[in-house]
Design a protein. Structure first.
Length: 180
């Protein structure tokens, strides 16, 4: 199904309006990063108007989350301390990515491809940080498997904005989120 630019903009308006109707849940105010279970959320995307804007928003969530995860794990805090912070950050990212995924899911394949290209380009911004990311994650590999898996899950978190991929790779997770 092809979606014209006018329909695309209309869908985006509906998403933005529905977010505003939900009490502004897309407007994320930074939490105190020192508060247990409340890490500072990833930067909120602006109102996307084009497929490239959607891709930029998805990519920004990924980049910001990866930087935060690396920072959280830098000094290897005890897993009991870091695990709730990782869970809270992941839940926040998933919520925001699913909203963007709803926009993406209704688009024509060529528009989805533009989004994917933009996301990949944005993700390249953190390639230089993968050694630090790996060190942070690997520290927990034999200490607490769940913490390790939380760390590694951030590397593929953009799948929450790609419903076709989520349905294929994580069907139970797609079902949990109401993505059929």
């Amino acid at each position: 199904m092809k979606v014209s630019d006018g329909v695309f903009r209309g869908l985006l308006c509906l998403v933005v309006l529905s977010c505003l109707a939900c009490g502004g849940q897309d407007e994320v105010t930074p939490a105190d990063p020192g508060t247990e279970g409340n890490p500072e959320p990833a930067a909120a995307p602006s109102s996307p108007e084009t497929p490239e804007d959607v891709g930029e928003a998805i990519g920004a969530i990924y980049v910001d989350a990866m930087k935060k995860v690396i920072e959280m794990g830098k000094d290897h805090p005890p897993f009991e301390e870091i695990k709730p912070k990782l869970k809270a950050l992941k839940d926040e990212c998933i919520s925001r990515l699913v909203k963007l995924g709803k926009v993406k899911d209704g688009l024509a394949e060529e528009q989805k491809a533009k989004i994917n290209r933009t996301v990949r380009a944005k993700m390249a911004e953190v390639r230089s940080l993968f050694t630090e990311y790996g060190n942070a994650a690997n520290y927990y590999m034999n200490k607490d498997r769940e913490t390790y898996e939380l760390f590694t899950s951030f590397n593929v978190i953009t799948q929450y904005a790609d419903f076709d991929l989520l349905r294929k790779q994580e069907p139970e997770e797609a079902k949990r989120l109401g993505i059929e």
